[in-house]
Design a protein around this ligand. Structure first.
Ligand SMILES: [Ca+2]
Ligand SMILES: [Ca+2]
Length: 371
């Protein structure tokens, strides 16, 4: 099963029996509206398999909250209701070793007076719940600010798709009058693989909000992307293996925008990093269509993306302090996140025989110790 806890490694037999038990429980459950949870504390992050793809989706309406794991540093997403947002074909999960390993909120440091991740009403619709990330003060050593969801893979993903809706609070408009250019305000990261656990060929793609110019009339916010590889011998990142700033699409503030990413591991010919942005009631616009390395160029045996931050708010102390000093609060609201992992493009297509989304109530989490 795909769960975020550190102790989630179980033998295939135990997992299979647990899956069978869950399936059986699902058949015996009373209708959803008659189930009253006693003290639900279920893991929020449960991905599902259909065929050869794994899917996780959430509209953040299902009772998500965060419980500290390492106080100040990380928090685990939990459900206060007894509804999983995504439960489909449990048994199919055994067909492949590919899958999401888990998810947690990574703050790196600080406390709730400085930064937070919480479910709250959408700024434009009190009936819609969304996930909000906020930076009020630089929470990491007073040098920078970080709030992000980190999702790990059990194994690396060769192909990944991500859809998420994003709403930048009105305070982001203050960035246009910030007196300097901006090249660091990260929205997502794709690690293939990270540099902090000894991998010989670290590589990362990061999507940022940039402000390339401070000139009046040219100080719009833009999407930017860059890829960097890491040299374990010198312990340094290269400047940028590739980078691109989209100079035509203005990043909107105070309205919803739908972002859609496609990541395909490959080299200068076969690698892809694509991103589209869609404003409500408008056609999708291509922001990036990169054909270049999406793994370390020297890696002799690329093994896919192992950690993704699909939603992220990560920037400098100076920028956070500027907004806060001007009475603003850097807040991003996120909604309707969906991630799909697969090994080939064909696998990424849904199995039409399986419903897109099924909600299921489980009154009490069954014991993991079935032996
Ligand atoms: Ca929602
Ligand atoms: Ca990899």
């Amino acid at each position: 099963m795909d769960r975020p806890t550190a102790n989630s490694t179980k033998s295939p037999d135990v997992v299979k029996r647990w899956a069978l038990l869950l399936t059986a429980l699902g058949c015996l459950l009373p209708p959803l509206d008659s189930v009253q949870a006693e003290t639900p504390q279920l893991d929020w992050f449960w991905s599902c398999n259909d065929g050869n793809r794994v899917v996780f989706s959430s509209d953040f309406n299902e009772g998500l909250y965060f419980q500290d794991i390492q106080p100040g540093k990380t928090a685990e997403p939990k459900l206060s209701t007894n509804q999983f947002s995504c439960v489909r074909n449990w048994i199919n999960e055994q067909k492949t070793t590919m899958g999401f390993g888990g998810a947690f909120i990574n703050y790196e440091g600080g406390d709730l007076t400085e930064r937070w991740a919480q479910v709250q009403p959408a700024l434009d619709d009190p009936n819609n719940k969304v996930l909000a990330f906020a930076l009020k003060k630089p929470n990491v050593n007073n040098e920078k600010g970080r709030v992000q969801l980190d999702v790990t893979g059990k194994t690396g993903f060769k192909e990944l798709k991500l859809k998420v809706r994003m709403y930048l609070s009105n305070s982001f408009s203050m960035l246009r009058t910030y007196p300097k250019t901006i090249d660091w305000l990260s929205l997502s990261s794709w690690w293939n693989n990270p540099h902090w656990d000894g991998d010989p060929y670290p590589f990362v793609v990061s999507v940022n909000i940039n402000k390339p110019s401070v000139k009046e009339g040219q100080n719009q916010l833009r999407f930017a992307v860059r890829a960097r590889s890491y040299n374990q011998t010198t312990q340094k990142w290269d400047d940028a293996l590739w980078r691109e700033v989209n100079q035509t699409f203005e990043v909107p503030v105070g309205q919803w925008i739908s972002l859609e990413y496609t990541f395909i591991e490959g080299d200068a010919e076969t690698g892809r990093f694509q991103m589209t942005a869609t404003l409500d009631n408008q056609a999708p616009q291509t922001i990036f269509d990169i054909h270049n390395y999406t793994r370390h160029p020297l890696d002799p045996s690329p093994d896919g993306v192992s950690i993704i931050s699909p939603m992220k708010l990560y920037t400098s102390a100076e920028l956070i302090d500027y907004v806060t000093a001007n009475g603003g609060l850097l807040t991003i609201q996120w909604d309707d996140m969906k991630m799909i992992g697969c090994n080939t493009l064909a696998d990424c297509e849904p199995d039409p025989s399986i419903p897109e989304k099924v909600r299921m109530a489980i009154p009490k989490r069954p014991s993991l110790e079935l032996d």
